[in-house]
Design a protein around this ligand. Structure first.
Ligand code: GLN
Ligand code: ZN
Length: 757
């Protein structure tokens, strides 16, 4: 008999119940007790929904983040978060979110650093480590949830992050080597495993996704050391890897002394047979056969075709599960009644994915006949999608086939272009600009919502948005900014806005996925060939430009970012979808140019996010990603100025690719790093204009003029002054007008001072 299980369930709730409960608690509108009740009800519901599995995960639930939870379990919250005020829960949230100085308490506490969980769009709180870090076991949360699950009759399998991955995810604050902490950490893990076994756990899932990354000899040794030391007969350990291939770590993973291993059979499909051959015969092999990172139905027949022989060989040693935790997909397709009915039949969210696991296991255990009708239905849906005219658009195919390399190339090189642009734009030294969005007020959000619901007619909506644009232009003129923006009031989200206007995209109503803490995103679903039926932004930008003589930037999201923040097709490589997006954005760029727009900004906020986990795969990703950007951006005259914007601060390792984008101006996040990250641009002798962010828009504080001047002077030590722009870090949409106006005023004043010398 095949054993079925799950690695983790989305915890935010199908209707984001956890989000609302958390935010009410943080706002002081709900008690700790009420939050605990919501959390417990969600766990209960989620276990019920997983009741048919042989083993359900326990401890995968989190009030904020599973890595932060592990830090608590290991007694490793930063000292600054502890302290006398509030409950343990408050200390936990302080570690996650920090605390502002103007809260009732005296001084500010920095939030934990947040970073991407492997190559997903989930962000975890980075464990803080140093040479003196001591670990102590704090198993209360896990024990309580285990008891809760058992009381509900759940076949519980606690889930924890493994010791090596925990350290791998962490950062030392004193420059020491975090791996040196392993020996101190292992006794705590040993005790934790024993405690869980005593509490009745037969199996414990230990997540070690670090195994799919490039590991040097020390880290590999760390794995051996850890699992040889933790080796014991109880509880049985299922070592889980996911998100990629094991490659050079395959033998290491197979030989670790554990009771079983989970392999991501979607992203490491080609390794399944090797692992099955290599794995000692007393070990369980859990295969993640249903994609936990995407929303498509699994081709069940295709999976059974290769699973059946494996099942014969492995028999009851074969387990089935989704490829990774279902944290990365929406909960349930059932409430998506507004989705196009045909597209809906192609999709599977978390609950549907678990059903797929069950069907596969039944087909293996009892024969395909016993699930014949389900398989037939699945086959029909897969075939309909494969042959759908909505997926394959011959016009798009022809356009992609006709792309020529020269289309990604500007007519002249940067030096010539910038001179021509300057003639036309006549900008002062240290030109000032912003990144695009201005505060999204309640009125703006409400107008958009009403329009969407049909409670506001198109004309009234347009007039209202134009009013917002006008206000924004007037404010910028009064501030004395040099290059203006329209403020993006019509955009809910920088990807969704474009997706909604492109053929080939579908949208869910409740398809929320946790991004971090209580924050969720609703990635659009890219299901078919991408075509742009109409101009998407030209009307708004033209209107904005009509109000002023100063240049207004056309504002677009780049193809790579649109792709990286969408659920993508699994029937063609990412690069093919990206090329189609690039063509659509290129048309928009050219239409803006035709409408007389002199500067066009193409945001690539998520370009870096798409980097593969393995270094050796970077170049091929960057090659097509940069080509797509160039295709989108470079079909304009020399006199049209192309800007791009990126909101992160690590450029060292991709600076060469950034230079290949050949944007006339790049604006980046720098204000929190004292311009040190400009060293990457300096050392590379990056040739084009740069706008290093000098106003940290993530903070409500107004930056001081001296601070901005200091930052710009530091910048000018690295980049020739004639190539520097003055701008904030990122868009201003989350800020308030009262915060933005004084900050920009200061920024403009600082720029004027610099010009005066
Ligand atoms: N133009 C967008 C804005 O200003 C850019 C947002 C981003 O980089 N995340 O909001
Ligand atoms: Zn940004």
């Amino acid at each position: 008999m095949v054993t079925t299980h799950n690695l983790g369930f989305p915890r935010i709730g199908g209707h984001r119940e956890l989000k609302f409960a958390l935010e009410a608690y943080w706002a002081g509108q709900q008690s700790e007790q009420a939050l605990a009740e919501t959390a417990s009800a969600l766990r209960q519901r989620h276990w019920q929904q997983q009741a048919q599995l042989d083993l359900a995960p326990v401890g995968d639930f989190s009030l904020y983040d599973q890595v932060l939870d592990m830090s608590v379990t290991l007694g490793n919250l930063p000292d600054r978060a502890k302290g006398p005020e509030g409950s343990e829960l408050d200390a936990y949230f302080r570690a996650a979110r920090g605390r502002g100085a103007n809260d009732s308490a005296c001084c500010a506490i920095a939030a934990g650093e947040m970073t991407k969980w492997f190559d997903t769009n989930y962000h975890y709180i980075v464990p803080e480590l140093n040479a003196d870090t001591e670990f102590t076991l704090n198993p209360d949360r896990l024990l309580a949830e285990l008891a809760e699950a058992k009381a509900q009759g759940v076949q519980a399998k606690p889930v924890i992050i493994g010791p090596v991955t925990y350290l791998w995810l962490g950062k030392t604050t004193d420059g020491s080597n975090r791996l040196d902490l392993l020996e101190r950490l292992l006794p705590v893990y040993a005790k934790l495993l024993e405690t869980l076994a005593d509490a009745g756990a037969d199996w414990v899932q230990i997540d070690e996704p670090a195994l799919v990354t490039d590991l040097d000899a020390n880290w590999r040794h760390g794995f051996n050391l850890a699992y040889h030391q933790l080796k014991s007969s109880r509880p049985k350990v299922l070592l889980a890897t996911y998100f990629g291939e094991l490659r050079d770590n395959l033998q290491l993973a197979c030989e670790l002394p554990v009771a079983g291993i989970h392999l991501d059979a979607v992203s490491a499909a080609n390794e399944v047979n090797r692992v099955a051959d290599w794995l000692p015969t007393h070990k369980v092999l859990s295969l993640g056969v249903v994609n936990g990172r995407n929303v498509w139905k699994t081709d069940l027949e295709a999976q059974l075709n290769w699973l059946e022989p494996l099942h014969e060989k492995l028999a009851k040693r074969l387990w089935l599960a989704p490829s990774c935790s279902l944290l990365h997909v929406p909960v349930d397709l059932a409430p998506e009644t507004e989705l196009d009915p045909e597209i809906r039949t192609w999709l599977a969210f978390a609950l549907q994915k678990l059903e797929e696991v069950l069907v596969l296991s039944q087909a293996l255990n009892e024969g395909r006949d016993t699930v014949a009708s389900i398989l037939a239905e699945n086959r029909a849906a897969i075939d309909r999608r494969l042959n759908s005219e909505r997926v394959i658009n011959p016009r798009v195919r022809a356009a992609v086939a006709a792309i020529k390399a020269c289309q990604g190339q500007r007519n002249s090189d940067y030096a010539q272009r910038i001179a021509l642009q300057q003639q036309k734009l006549q900008l002062p030294a240290y030109p000032t600009t912003t990144i695009g969005s201005f505060p999204q007020t309640r009125e703006i959000r409400q107008a958009r919502l009403k329009f969407r619901k049909g409670d506001l007619d198109a004309q009234t909506y347009k007039a209202q948005m134009e009013g917002e644009i006008e206000r924004c232009i007037r404010e910028q003129e009064m501030l004395g900014l040099d290059v203006l923006v329209h403020g993006e009031p019509e955009r809910n989200d920088m990807v969704e806005y474009f997706g909604e206007q492109l053929d080939g995209y579908a949208f869910t109503r409740f398809g929320w996925v946790q991004s971090y803490g209580s924050r969720c995103v609703k990635p659009p679903i890219l299901f078919g060939d991408i075509e742009r039926p109409n101009a998407m932004t030209v009307g708004w930008i033209r209107y904005a430009q009509s109000l002023t003589d100063k240049p207004v930037k056309g504002m677009l999201t780049g193809p790579v970012t649109i792709l990286n923040w969408s659920f993508v097709r699994d029937d063609q490589p990412r690069r093919d979808s990206c090329l189609q997006l690039a063509l659509a954005i290129r048309q928009e760029v050219q239409d803006l140019e035709k409408a007389g727009i002199r500067i066009i900004q193409i945001d690539e906020a998520a370009l870096r996010e798409g980097l593969p986990l393995r270094r050796s795969d970077w170049e091929s990703y960057l090659e097509w990603a940069i080509n797509c950007f160039r295709l989108a951006a470079n079909g304009v005259d020399d006199t049209t100025q192309i800007h791009t914007h990126m909101c992160y601060s690590e450029f060292n390792d991709i600076i060469e690719a950034i230079a290949r984008m050949d944007a006339d101006v790049i604006t980046i996040e720098t204000s929190r790093s004292d311009m040190e990250l400009l060293d990457a641009f300096k050392n590379f002798e990056y040739p084009n204009d740069i706008g290093p962010g000098v106003y940290d828009i993530h903070s409500p504080n107004t930056p001081g003029k001296d601070h901005i001047s200091k930052l710009m002077k530091l910048a000018a030590e690295r980049i020739p002054a004639e190539r520097l722009w003055v701008n904030p870090d990122c868009g201003l949409k989350t800020r308030k007008w009262e915060e933005v106006l004084p900050a920009l005023e200061t920024m403009v004043a600082a720029a004027r001072e610099l010009r005066a010398g």
